[in-house]
Design a protein around this ligand. Structure first.
Ligand code: ZN
Length: 418
């Protein structure tokens, strides 16, 4: 398998999960490891010259290494590098560096690399962050990306629909309170259900402004969504103040046509799922969450916490599921999301199932089990060799499992050869 084919799956997997262009990761791998031929790549699966550092508890590999100062002068140092079982480990560490920064600075100097769609901007950001001492590093990466056509690996990352969900309030801010309920708990419960339901769909990434009972300012929420370059922001709230029912809001200033369309779709899908709630309509208002977000955004108010009727419904898990499902159906329609292929989302076979490393043996096994005659031969032979005669009856009545038949066949053979 060639180097790019070997590295690409890890670059796509971890790039996709963290907003790093796979073309950047692969080009760095090609450049820094000489396409997997360097001493570090061969002996430590370390493509990026990642040093061990004080926090590393895994195996290390020590190597003399060259560096280049700003004037282009080469000098040498001896250093301990991380040793990985496969390329995946070094890809994960590289991506972690980009998402979390160096660890010794209070800001992430690599933040500008994240969520880029243009590889030239990503490589320029890497250069600006001082990633490499090689002053031509960005230009060399661009050359590799073009030469190897690496942008084809970026398609999935660029096409990914990013949904930002903001569970309203949290922490010291309970939001509205009434009838034994707190808005901050309901918004988090609904948002987590939405997130979970969206995992059934392809090409969509979800980020929550908070996943716990955390205090966040409105600015922190929109800043996160804007930095992430979300395609859609959904702020989930519960109403209060003496009314009843469901309503939603978009900004009452200038908004895109998409925003208006998305509100129409979400409003229709949500109200469809919760007919018990009075439909208070599609509304527009000057609210921080819908005003300060750089993408189409909506704020939904699913019922009044101080209404005895609404709050009774909000106490039901079944109802909250439908509130979430309505939001999800709206997002799915708005972005034309496709359900994941059933064959790829089916959980892996149980560990109890037989696994075959040989396709031929697997086929033999299946042919044997699918043949009525062969099943009979196996059971009769097993009984002849001393197994209980009840197996013949069980076979006739369809009570013998595939595993039983296979074991009887093997058992018969062993006994016959004793
Ligand atoms: Zn609220």
């Amino acid at each position: 398998m060639n180097f790019v084919d070997k590295l690409a799956p890890f670059a796509v997997k971890h790039g996709l999960a963290n907003g790093v262009l796979p073309s950047l990761i692969i080009a760095q791998g090609i450049l820094e490891s000489g396409s997997g031929t360097s001493e570090l790549a061969k002996n430590a699966n370390n493509l990026f010259g990642i040093k061990a550092g004080s926090g590393w508890t895994g195996p290390t590999y020590t190597k003399r290494t060259s560096e280049q100062d700003e004037d282009g002068n080469v000098y040498y140092i001896n250093a301990a590098f991380r040793k990985y079982p496969s390329y995946e480990g070094c890809v994960m560490d590289l991506v972690h560096k980009y998402t979390h920064g160096t660890g010794w600075e209070d800001h992430n100097r690599y933040a500008a690399i994240l969520n880029q769609t243009d590889y030239r901007k990503a490589t320029a950001a890497l250069h600006a962050a001082g990633y490499a001492t090689d002053i031509k590093y960005a230009a060399k990466l661009n050359e590799r990306i073009e030469q190897y056509g690496l942008t084809k690996y970026d398609k999935e990352v660029i096409d990914m629909v990013k949904i930002f969900i903001d569970p309203g309030h949290g922490g010291t801010d309970s939001g509205a309170v009434g009838n034994g309920l707190k808005e901050k708990d309901l918004t988090l419960a609904i948002s987590k259900r939405i997130e979970s339901l969206l995992t059934d769909y392809e090409g969509v990434q979800v980020k929550l402004s908070r996943t716990t009972d955390q205090t966040l300012s409105l600015k922190q929420r929109t800043d996160t969504a804007n930095a992430w370059k979300a395609d859609f922001l959904l702020s989930v709230h519960i109403n209060a103040g003496g009314g009843k029912g469901y309503e939603d809001f978009i900004f009452n200033g200038k908004v895109s046509n998409k925003t208006i369309d998305f509100q129409a779709v979400l409003h229709s899908e949500i109200t469809k799922m919760i007919p018990e709630f009075i439909n208070r309509g599609k509304k527009r208002k000057n609210l921080h969450m819908v005003r300060e977000s750089h993408m189409p955004s909506i704020l939904t108010e699913s019922g009044f916490i101080d209404s005895p009727d609404d709050s009774e419904l909000l106490k039901s898990d079944e109802f909250l599921n439908r509130v979430a499902l309505g939001h999800v159906n709206g997002i799915v329609k708005a972005f034309d999301l496709k359900k994941k292929d059933a064959s790829t989302s089916t959980p892996a076979k149980e560990d109890g199932d037989l696994k075959f490393t040989s396709g031929t043996l697997k086929k033999e096994f299946e042919t044997f089990l699918n043949s009525k005659a062969q099943r009979e031969i196996a059971v009769r032979e097993a009984v002849k060799q001393g197994y209980n005669a009840k197996w013949i009856k069980d076979l006739e009545e369809g009570k013998a499992s595939d595993g039983d038949i296979a074991m009887l066949a093997i058992g018969a053979l062993i006994k016959a050869n004793k």
